[in-house]
Design a protein around this ligand. Structure first.
Ligand SMILES: [Zn+2]
Ligand SMILES: [Zn+2]
Length: 144
């Protein structure tokens, strides 16, 4: 599994949190909201891991609004999940690429999107040279 370091696409602040370790790595901190429930959520930074620490109790199947803990921008993108039609949450990753995750609790859809495929795949390989070798050229990698 690869560890990802993500930033807010709006204020460019790192979303990595060293105080809450998940899977032995710094977690990704976001604010989440559903109705009146509001709290911090920490996601595993290992791509493919679904480990979380949450301040609120999740309802399976519910859609949550993810926002940046620094600038409060809503991180939901215009894309909808291919599996369940919920809004997709986007984190900025290397260069212009993005980590995309579904905002519906329980849906395991997530992917990495490269804007400039060639340039960013090579940047990606420079960082994660041991990983993803068999999937070169594919737009996403699923982990179920
Ligand atoms: Zn921000
Ligand atoms: Zn989904």
């Amino acid at each position: 599994m690869i560890q990802v370091n993500v930033k807010c696409p709006y204020c460019k602040e790192s979303l990595m949190d060293n105080e809450h370790m998940i899977d032995g790595k710094p977690s990704i901190k976001v604010s989440i909201q559903s109705g009146k429930k509001l709290g911090d959520l920490y996601l595993s930074s290992l791509y493919g891991s679904y480990e979380i620490i949450s301040e609120i109790d999740f309802t399976e199947g519910e859609i949550y609004i993810f926002s940046c803990p620094h600038c409060n921008s809503v991180l939901t993108s215009k894309n909808l999940c291919e599996k369940c039609n919920a809004p997709i949450v986007a984190f900025e990753f290397i260069g212009g690429s993005r980590i995309l995750i579904c905002s519906r609790r329980g849906c395991k859809k997530h992917s990495i999107e490269f804007e400039d495929l060639e340039k960013e795949i090579s940047a990606f390989y420079n960082v994660y040279s041991l990983f993803f070798a068999p999937t070169l050229g594919k737009k996403e990698k699923k982990n179920e």
